[in-house]
Ligand binder design. Structure first.
Ligand code: CTP
Ligand code: MG
Length: 259
């Protein structure tokens, strides 16, 4: 989508029926506190290279050719401030809604703000501000090609041990070593046929939650989920060291762009 458009006019590569309204939307949950990052501003508003993480995330997804609409889920009392912030950064066409107490609540509130015309929904963490637009487009393409649920993921590089967990600092007995070749570390954006994700949120909200990602919710409905290649720059900013990595990635991009 054209990132400075105010009306989500097609930027050239969308599907034929764009005149009828946006067909592919990204919901960006950004209502978390960022406890693991340490005290301070809510994580999505922390700056990377002088620009709030959320602004990076909105630009990264809005830049993708498949994306017609971006919905940001702001901290519960922060929607007006986020609206102002996005306007100041040349992103006035983004829909902003207040979020909830859990990520799942926030995603549900974002889904509720989608116009009826939206058929494909991507859910993307504000905490993954540097996702390449190619990854966003690859996920959207796979959904449009017929997959009801698509997650980008990378092979796991660490060796993973299963343990008998001990609460304290005592050594934990190892109970097995998982076959790494069968594991994938999943990222966002995760993409869905809108009806599938909406149904998961309706049914699982009623039954109580517990899934740790959006695809996990639709898996519980028995819907097939497929994996497409993720990208190392789509990593999540969770702990302080991740900020160092994100700054380094931005610096590398800037150096590259200068040539
Ligand atoms: N999120 C949200 N609403 C919540 C909790 C999380 O929209 N109630 C969003 C975060 O803003 C983030 C994404 O979900 O973009 C992934 O969550 P996570 O990385 O865990 O972020 P935080 O919850 O902010 O971090 P922490 O768990 O360290 O507090
Ligand atoms: Mg969290």
């Amino acid at each position: 989508m054209s990132i400075d458009s105010t009306d989500f006019a097609p930027s050239g590569d969308q599907q034929p029926s764009d005149d009828a309204g946006p067909r592919t939307a990204v919901v960006i949950p950004a209502a978390g506190k960022g406890v693991r990052l340490g005290p301070g501003t809510p994580k999505a508003l922390r700056e990377l290279g002088g620009t709030p993480m959320l602004v990076h995330a909105v630009r990264a997804t809005a830049r993708a050719r498949a994306v017609d609409l971006v919905v940001v889920v702001a901290p519960p009392d922060g929607a007006p401030a986020v609206r102002t912030l996005l306007g100041e950064h040349g992103l006035p066409g983004v829909v902003v809604v207040p979020g909830g107490g859990t990520r799942q609540d926030s995603v549900r509130l974002g889904l509720a703000a989608l116009p009826d015309t939206v058929e494909t929904v991507l859910v993307h963490d504000a905490a993954r501000p540097l996702v390449p637009d190619e990854t966003v487009d690859a996920v959207a393409r796979a959904v449009r090609a017929g997959a009801p649920a698509v997650v980008p993921a990378l092979p796991v590089t660490d060796t993973i041990k299963q343990v008998e967990p001990h609460p304290g600092a005592e050594p934990e007995p190892v109970t097995g070593t998982v076959d790494r070749s069968l594991l994938r570390a999943v990222q966002t954006p995760q993409g869905f046929a809108r009806t599938v994700l909406a149904e998961a949120h309706t049914r699982l909200t009623a039954e109580g939650d517990g899934a740790t990602d959006d695809a996990g919710m639709v898996e519980r409905l028995g819907v097939d989920v497929v994996v497409v290649p993720g990208h190392e720059e789509a990593f999540k900013v969770t702990r302080p060291l991740d900020l160092v990595l994100a700054e380094a990635v931005l610096a590398r991009r800037r150096a590259h762009d200068a040539f």
